[in-house]
Design a protein around this ligand. Sequence first.
Ligand SMILES: Nc1ncnc2c1ncn2[C@@H]1O[C@H](COP(=O)(O)OP(=O)(O)O)[C@@H](O)[C@H]1O
Ligand SMILES: [Mg+2]
Length: 234
Amino acid sequence: MTKKKRIKTYIENLDSQMSGGIPEGHVVLLSGNPGTYKSSMSYSILYHNALEKGTKGLYISFQQSRESLADQFEGMNMDPEDVREKITIVDASYLRETLEPDPEDWIDVFKTYVENIRATTDYELLVLDSLTTLEMISKMEDRREVLFHIFEWLRDFQGLTSFLLTERARTKQTLREEEFLADGTIILSKERLDKVETRRYLAIDKMRSTAHETSYFTLLFEGGKFQVTRVISE
Ligand SMILES: Nc1ncnc2c1ncn2[C@@H]1O[C@H](COP(=O)(O)OP(=O)(O)O)[C@@H](O)[C@H]1O
Ligand SMILES: [Mg+2]
């Protein structure tokens, strides 16, 4: 058996915790409540792969405008201008005001973006920001069926690794379809320790074909890079 190529996250200390990275072709959920770095971290994976390896990436936002995302990433020392030739950030949210597609057409809008851009650019990394927003604006008659097809459709692209962002309330313990459909799930969370301090966490909940750590790591963002460290129990 040939060893599968792995996509590095370039999150310091994390790739070594999952056999070198995410297996190429995986559809990975990046889930967490608002403000847990889903957008920034998924973009950071695209950004660092573009800088280090020249890997092309596509970031589709149904949530935040392109300008707002670009401002945020620039402020985090991951300026989209640095990787202009490699990373395309598509703002699908503006279509909500201009085209107002029928709710049942939103899934097709997403698919068309992915297919059209892939026809001209051989990008290997895809971010959907977010699956939750796409679901909110779409009409999914049969959620399980629609999601199943999206996941299968994504897996059919040769050499494409995808990150689907999902907003997840931490208290919600019910298992959702996407969690068993996905090849991997990375959970992000944050916790207010006291009036001053907030701590952020990351856990690899699931990663198919990979021996990985499952416990929570502390997540830090410093100098334009994410890093994880072991949680020191008090
Ligand atoms: N320049 C910065 N450096 C470090 N953290 C930042 C910076 N700008 C914003 N943030 C943090 O990033 C958070 C938003 O991250 P984001 O990736 O948009 O989260 P999500 O997509 O999960 O909602 C903000 O709430 C803030 O705490
Ligand atoms: Mg976001």
